[in-house]
Write a protein that binds this ligand. Structure first.
Ligand SMILES: Cc1cc2nc3c(=O)[nH]c(=O)nc-3n(C[C@H](O)[C@H](O)[C@H](O)COP(=O)(O)O)c2cc1C
Length: 143
C-alpha cells in the first residue's frame, strides 16, 4: 500500500509511428502500468498523441522520463502535472481514445487536432478536457 501522493500528468507529442506501433505501444503500456499502479488514457490521430498518466508521483515521473525518450514520437511537451484527489481513468491501465471517436463539438472546443493550440492549454482547461474525455475511453484503438 503506497501513501505517496497521487499525481496526474498530461502531455502532447507528435507521432512517428509505423504500422503496428500503436498496438504495440498500448500493449506495453497496459502490461507495465497494470503492475505499477499507473492508470490513464492515450489519444491518437495521425498528427497527435495526448496522454494522461495517473499514479504515485515518483512512478509517474520515472515512466514519463522513459516515454519522453521513445523514438516513436517527438516534440513531447508537458501540458499539466499536479496532485489529484482521485483518478479519472482508474478503470484503465491505459485506455485508448481514437480522436475520430470524439464529437465534433468536443474536438472543436479544445482544438484537439492542433498541437500548437493544445500546447497553450491552461491548467483549468486541461482538467476540464480530461473530464470530458472519460466517456470516450475504450480498451483498444480498434473500433
Ligand atoms: C505515446 C507513447 C505512450 C506510451 N505510454 C506508455 C505507458 O503508459 N506505459 C509504459 O510502460 N510504456 C509506455 N510507452 C512505452 C515507453 O515509451 C517505453 O517503450 C517502455 O517504457 C519500455 O521502455 P524500455 O524499452 O526502455 O524498457 C509509451 C510510448 C509512447 C510512444
Amino acid at each position: 500500500m503506497t501513501h505517496e501522493p497521487l499525481y496526474a500528468l498530461l502531455y502532447i507529442s507528435k507521432p512517428r509511428i509505423q504500422e503496428g506501433d500503436l498496438t504495440a505501444i498500448l500493449e506495453t503500456a497496459q502490461r507495465f502500468n497494470a503492475t505499477h499502479d499507473i492508470t490513464g488514457a492515450l489519444l491518437h490521430n495521425d498528427n497527435l498523441f495526448m496522454q494522461c498518466l495517473e499514479g504515485p508521483k515518483q512512478t509517474v515521473v520515472t515512466l514519463y522520463d522513459a516515454i519522453k525518450r521513445d523514438s516513436r514520437h517527438k516534440d513531447v511537451r508537458t501540458i499539466w502535472i499536479d496532485e489529484i484527489p482521485q483518478r479519472r481513468f482508474g478503470r484503465w491501465s491505459m485506455g485508448a481514445i481514437p480522436l475520430s471517436s470524439l464529437s465534433v463539438g468536443l474536438s472543436d472546443r479544445y482544438a484537439l487536432n492542433t498541437y500548437s493550440h493544445l500546447a497553450q492549454l491552461s491548467a483549468v482547461d486541461a482538467q476540464n478536457l480530461l473530464d470530458a474525455l472519460v466517456p470516450f475511453v475504450q480498451e483498444s484503438f480498434a473500433v
